[in-house]
Design a protein around this ligand. Sequence first.
Ligand SMILES: Cc1cc2nc3c(=O)[nH]c(=O)nc-3n(C[C@H](O)[C@H](O)[C@H](O)COP(=O)(O)O)c2cc1C
Length: 182
Amino acid sequence: MMRDALMPPEPLRAQIARSNVALALATTEVDDMPLIMVNRGFLRLTGFEPDAVIGRNCRFLQDETTPRDQIAAMAAFLHDDTRDDGRFPVLNRRLDGTNFLNLVFLSKLRDRKGQIRFVIASQFDITAARQTAALAHNDAALIGTLQTMRQTIGQFGLAMTDSAGLIARSISTLARFAVRDE
Ligand SMILES: Cc1cc2nc3c(=O)[nH]c(=O)nc-3n(C[C@H](O)[C@H](O)[C@H](O)COP(=O)(O)O)c2cc1C
């Protein structure tokens, strides 16, 4: 599920493969941040096969109906060296053509010099407001995955910010949406 030349450390790959949440890893060492690895959760959510996504920037999930400001919010985050994690709702399209509102979590992985080496992402379908309970379930798993990942990558001189607070805030934000809608 990845290009050999740009392989992340094996324990990180194993964790991504094992996690129950959708995960995608991009490299910053090649122009335009192509994906170098995705897991089963990502493939299940989007409907794509690994060969169709590895080596491509993840914007292939967007289409002409995706609001420009949603895309701009992610671009601004990736260009802003003062921000290391963020969560962004963006209208995406699966391989089968169906649209879904994707809540994309992004976190930068930095080396000892502070250079960004990878970006890890986690996607979740929040199309239905009633997904609140499912999001809470997903996010508990996501927080767990990221905590183990932070320890693992530390052994390779890589660091990732603690995103538990950001992730917890997303649940309460979505919960407020859900209450309003009903
Ligand atoms: C690892 C990673 C995963 C991403 N996942 C998604 C995604 O699931 N859906 C999406 O619309 N954009 C995703 N993005 C954002 C786009 O790849 C891109 O950064 C965004 O469209 C802004 O850049 P652009 O204006 O150059 O397109 C992801 C980015 C990275 C680095």
